[in-house]
Design a binder for this molecule. Structure first.
Ligand code: CIR
Length: 259
C-alpha cells in the first residue's frame, strides 16, 4: 500500500519563503480547497492519505517534501536550506518514525527534499541555493550501505532540482533544459517542457499516472501525446508560494519493500 503524508495549508502561508517569484496575494481558502483536491487525487490513485494538521506559525509547512526523503530502508530527515523551515523537521520526524528508521542530515549540511529525485536506486541531488555538497556527502554515506547511488547535479535558474526535472514515467523524465543538463541523467529518456511553460517540469508520478498542474496545457499535451495518464489539479495558489505538485506530499510504500 502507498502512504501519502500531507500537511494542511498554514494560515500564515502569505509569509512563505520566495526566491524566484514576487509576492502576490494568496487566497487561503482557495489554497486549502486546492490542497484538498490534490489529496483527493492522491486517494483516487490508490494512496492512503495521512493528513497532518496545520502548523500555523510555519508558513511553508504544507511543502512536506522538503523535510524528508523516505526510502524503503529509512527516512532521511533533512536540514532545510531556509532557516525558517528548520522547525518543520521535528514533527515530521515524529510521524515518520512510525514507519521507518530515522537518519538525519546535520550542520553544515543543508538539504531540501525538493532537490532529490530518486529513480530506482539512484538519487540525483541538486546543488541549488538550498542544498549543498556537505549534505550530499552525508546522504551518500548514510544510504550507500543500502545500495543507493547519490549523484550531485548542477541546477540553476530555479528553486530546486525538481523544479527543473521530475519523473513522468518509469524511465522518462520531464525536463526544463534551461535549468538542468539532461545529459546528467544517463540513459533515462527526457521529455522537454514546452518552452513557453518554464515551471512545467514538476509532475508527481503515482503508479502509472501523474498528478499534474492544470496551468501547463502545452506540456500536458506533450505528456498525453506520449501516452501518459495525466490527472490535472489546479494548484494556482500553492504555485504563488513557489510550490508545485511533488512538494505537497511524501509518498512511500507501507511497509518498505524488501530488496
Ligand atoms: C520555499 O521557498 O521553501 C517554499 N515557499 C516553496 C517550497 C516548494 N518546495 C518544493 O517544491 N519542493
Amino acid at each position: 500500500m502507498l502512504i501519502a503524508v500531507t500537511r494542511e495549508v498554514s494560515r500564515s502561508i502569505a509569509n512563505c519563503e520566495l526566491t524566484h517569484l514576487s509576492r502576490v496575494q494568496i487566497d487561503l481558502e482557495l489554497a486549502r480547497l486546492q490542497h484538498l483536491r490534490y489529496q483527493q487525487a492522491l486517494a483516487e490513485l490508490g494512496c492512503k492519505v495521512v493528513s497532518l494538521p496545520e502548523q500555523p506559525e510555519l508558513p511553508d509547512a504544507v511543502f512536506v517534501e522538503d523535510v524528508a526523503i523516505v526510502l524503503d530502508e529509512c527516512a532521511v530527515i533533512t536540514r532545510p536550506g531556509a532557516e525558517s523551515r528548520r522547525p518543520e523537521t521535528g514533527p515530521m520526524a515524529e510521524k515518520l518514525g512510525e514507519y521507518r528508521k530515522l537518519v538525519f542530515i546535520e550542520a553544515p549540511g543543508t538539504l531540501d527534499g525538493g532537490d532529490v529525485l530518486r529513480v530506482d536506486r539512484t538519487l540525483y541531488v541538486g546543488l541549488s541555493g538550498r542544498s549543498n555538497r556537505a549534505a550530499i556527502d552525508q546522504l551518500r554515506a548514510l544510504i550507500a550501505p543500502d545500495g543507493y547511488k547519490v549523484n550531485a547535479v548542477e541546477v540553476s535558474g530555479c528553486l530546486h532540482l525538481k523544479s527543473a526535472v521530475s519523473q513522468a514515467a518509469e524511465y522518462t523524465l520531464l525536463v526544463n533544459p534551461r535549468w538542468v543538463n539532461a545529459a546528467d541523467f544517463g540513459d533515462l529518456e527526457c521529455l522537454e517542457v514546452d518552452p513557453a511553460e518554464a515551471y512545467a517540469a514538476n509532475s508527481l508520478l503515482i503508479g502509472k499516472s501523474i498528478i499534474y498542474p492544470t496551468s501547463f496545457p502545452r506540456t500536458r499535451q506533450r505528456l498525453e501525446h506520449q501516452g501518459m495518464r495525466v490527472m490535472a489539479v489546479d494548484v494556482s495558489e500553492l504555485q504563488k508560494a513557489e510550490g508545485a505538485v511533488t512538494c505537497c506530499s511524501l509518498v512511500f510504500e507501507q511497509p518498505g519493500r524488501a530488496r
